[in-house]
Design a protein around this ligand. Structure first.
Ligand SMILES: Cc1cc2nc3c(=O)[nH]c(=O)nc-3n(C[C@H](O)[C@H](O)[C@H](O)COP(=O)(O)O)c2cc1C
Length: 168
């Protein structure tokens, strides 16, 4: 692996990319800069924020670079199926895939994105309303959907770092 390349809308994916770069010593590039600064076919780790399940910028990055691993950063709770869903939605077969929880910063969203997040919040709130009691995780999720917040933690990167150690 020669570099880390990322695409971030509001900064959470960038935070993970920066932490990974600091931990591994690999140079870091925003996807649009990487096109000018990295040679075609360079081996990269790619991180992209998720929108409607799509890893932003992945298709474009895959056309130019050799992607060794992919990290999708979203808001949903990680589940056993998160990676399976990412693979299916983004048509990724062989490459190692990871899912990390980012966060929400409504102030950085554009008008359309804010409207979509409001719809998402209403759907989640409605689906949880019928439950007699909410878990701590569910309460935190509602809080973040309502007011914004971050799930980013350096420990979330442990599975990625373990994989990078064994694959280098
Ligand atoms: C329009 C829109 C669509 C989104 N769709 C998804 C989604 O399908 N799955 C998910 O887990 N998160 C989704 N999110 C949440 C973002 O992926 C999450 O906030 C992420 O941390 C953003 O990363 P960034 O700060 O690097 O842009 C969506 C957010 C927006 C604004």
């Amino acid at each position: 692996m020669k570099a880390i390349v990322y695409e971030s809308n509001t900064g959470f994916t960038k935070q993970y990319a920066e932490m990974l770069s600091a931990k591994t010593g690999l140079p870091l590039y925003a996807r649009t800069d990487a096109n000018n600064q990295l040679a075609p076919k360079t081996d990269i780790l790619y991180l992209g924020w998720l929108s409607a399940g799509a890893v932003h910028g992945y298709t474009k990055a895959a056309k130019r670079f050799h992607i060794c691993g992919i990290i999708g950063v979203g808001l949903q709770d990680p589940t056993e199926d998160s990676v399976k869903e990412l693979r299916a939605r983004n048509h990724i077969d062989q490459i190692p895939v990871f899912y990390l929880q980012g966060g929400l910063d409504c102030g950085k969203l554009n008008f359309l994105q804010r409207r979509l997040m409001n719809m998402m919040r209403k759907i989640v709130t409605k689906s949880l309303a019928s439950k007699p009691e909410l878990t701590r995780q569910e309460l935190q999720h509602l809080q973040i959907l309502e007011h914004g917040g971050s799930y980013v933690k350096v420990e979330n990167l442990n599975p990625v770092l373990r994989w990078m150690e064994t694959s280098s």
